[in-house]
Write a protein that binds this ligand. Structure first.
Ligand code: B12
Length: 349
């Protein structure tokens, strides 16, 4: 881990002022887009988010945390604001290059993050989540998504249940149909092809479908191993870790799936109370990586939880190789099936 606590503290404590200064700086540039006054609050928010992600990249000692955010921003931001990303990045460079900056550490690392972000501005996509061509499942997934987009929830769910009754495993349905369908929905939303409301609807129906699969999940003999599965505080993307917990349940583990947005103290309490062998922590939004780091530190500093095995997963870990090691986790897996294999190598169940 990079040791620059002063710099991180500086960024955390001065985010608003810094964002404000960056916006002033781009306003001072004579060639800056005339529309700056029309979008003042949005540009302020944009500058704030960039500073926030920079702090995260520094905290996790990983430039990709920042660069991937820049790529994502570039793809999803409303068109009127796109032209402001680069000037803000340049203003950031200028800010951290100055002598006498309020930051105590000379933060070359932060500058290199900004540079990497700038060099990624032309890149098309950072998402590794392309639809995988697993032909057997393509048609089932296509029909499922079509029903969702048409608002036909009963048909969507019936299609899934029919497959399970016909012998398709719940694991295959989770990984190759529902997960991929949600990735597809995410891309449609990112490309502005569906509304937020439609995306929420598709997610809600998928959660309903998952709950209707439960009778097919809780049937296995128990192996005596305990799993606690959580999303860190602030994180609401809970379906991925729910799938992970269900895969463990199907392998005979006792699982405590605590869902989204779990406060750090409750995670530690639950780990101790449930005699946890493995803690699965999920993080989707890269800004929450620092919360994963802080939970791991809290666990290690408590004699009652210091030895628990920690497995992490979720989008930032899928995009940034070795991030999981750098933040002090014991295991990582890119999806629910690989999570079982990774745990097997440790617990031999
Ligand atoms: C559904 C959804 C939501 C729902 C979540 C509802 C819920 N109850 O879960 C709602 C609408 C609330 C939501 C909100 C937001 N979302 Co959203 N959302 C999605 C969407 C469409 C699907 C997520 C999902 O369920 N995927 C399916 C699961 C099964 O896949 P998964 O999470 O990757 O999990 C697998 C692996 O990653 C891994 N894994 C996951 N966790 C763990 C843990 C361990 C221990 C292990 C081993 C493995 C593991 O195994 C899982 C199973 O195989 C994605 C699109 C996408 N590409 O994922 C966007 C997406 C994740 N959301 C996004 C964004 C930006 C947001 C918002 C910030 C939007 C906003 N401006 O408000 C907020 C954030 C809120 C917050 N504070 O967290 C972006 C994230 C971009 C980024 N890189 O930061 C995405 C990628 C959309 C996009 N294409 O831009 N979202």
């Amino acid at each position: 881990m990079i040791e620059s606590p002063n710099f991180i503290t500086f960024l955390n404590e001065n985010r608003f002022q810094l964002a404000h200064r960056l916006v002033e700086k781009i306003g001072d540039q004579s060639n800056t887009i005339a529309a700056i006054d029309d979008f003042q609050p949005q540009i302020q928010k944009l500058a704030f988010e960039l500073v926030d992600h920079l702090a995260d990249a520094v905290a996790s000692d990983n430039r990709r945390v920042f660069a991937n955010f820049v790529i994502w921003l570039n793809l999803t931001i409303q068109p009127e604001l796109k032209d402001f990303i680069k000037p803000i990045l340049i203003a950031m460079q200028d800010e951290f290059n100055q002598d006498g900056t309020d930051a105590e550490d000379v933060n070359l690392f932060a500058l290199s993050c900004i540079e990497e972000g700038l060099s990624e501005m032309g890149i098309q996509s950072c998402s590794p989540q392309k639809i995988r061509t697993v032909n057997k499942f393509d048609e089932i997934r296509r029909q499922y998504v079509d029903h969702l987009l048409a608002g036909e929830k009963q048909k969507a769910i019936d299609g899934i249940l029919k497959q399970v009754k016909g012998g398709m495993s719940v694991k295959d349905i989770y990984l190759h149909v529902l997960q991929e369908a949600l990735y597809k929905i995410g891309r449609l939303w990112q490309e502005n092809k569906i509304t937020v409301a439609k995306e929420h609807y598709c997610t809600a129906v998928t959660q309903l479908a998952i709950s209707q699969l439960y009778p097919y999940i809780f049937t296995t003999n128990k192996n005596g191993l305990n799993l606690v599965a959580v999303c860190v505080g602030g994180e609401v993307h809970e379906i991925g870790v729910r799938m992970v917990a269900d895969f463990f349940e199907m392998e005979g583990w006792n699982t405590w799936y605590l869902g989204s947005n779990t406060p750090a103290e409750s995670i530690i309490d639950s780990v101790i109370e449930n005699k946890t062998d493995l803690l699965a922590i999920s993080c989707t939004i890269s800004l929450h990586i620092r919360r994963v780091i802080s939970i791991i530190r809290m666990l290690r500093s408590n004699p009652e939880s210091k030895d628990v095995c920690v497995m992490v997963g979720g989008q930032p870990f899928n995009q940034i190789p070795n991030l999981w090691k750098e933040i002090g986790a014991d295991l990582y897996a890119s999806n629910a099936q690989d999570a079982i294999e990774a745990a097997r190598s440790r617990f031999h169940f």
